[in-house]
Structure formats: C-alpha cells, structure tokens
Design a protein around this ligand. Sequence first.
Ligand SMILES: [Zn+2]
Length: 107
Amino acid sequence: MEAETESDAHPVTVTEAVILPVPVPDPITQPVPVGPKPCPVVCPACKATVITKVSRESTMKTHFMSLLICTMACGLLCLWIPYCMNSCRNADHYCPNCGAFLGTYKR
Ligand SMILES: [Zn+2]
C-alpha cells in the first residue's frame, strides 16, 4: 500500500468571486507635486483644498550663486541678489489650514 498519503487532508473550500482589497496608496506618504509658487492642492492631512503656503529656504546653490555673482561683479552690493531670486531657493509648501508639510519644490 503506497497510496495512503493524503487521507488526512481537509478539503479546501473555494470561495467564488473573491474581492481582493484594492491597494490604496497612503496619501500622507505620497509627496504632493508642487511648483515654485503657491499652488492649489488637496491637503492629505486635513483633506481640505488649499493654496499652499510657500516658505523658501536658501540652499547651497543660493550661496554659490551669491559668491559667483559677487566675484563676477566685484561688488558686495550684489551679494544679496541671489537671496531675492526665488528660482535659486527651495520652496517648502505647507498647508495654511493645518500647517502640515506638503512637499518641497527643489531647484
Ligand atoms: Zn491641511
């Protein structure tokens, strides 16, 4: 007798029409595509449609541009120019409603 191996196996009940849960991406972890300027987004934290509040920060590029322009123009008066150029700075977007960080626009 060799064919008595599966005698103790339970029959598997097959359920028809199994609905698999659709993977929903976590909106909190998804970076919000933002531009250099305040833009309308749906805040993942408070679900409100808001115009993002932009906080710009100086980057290494800003300092480099400052140094470069200063060197080229040979004038300390030009040192402040890159700090006024928004294109040289990162733009951090925050929700004005709840203050949640939404994303950074990097140059
Ligand atoms: Zn919010």
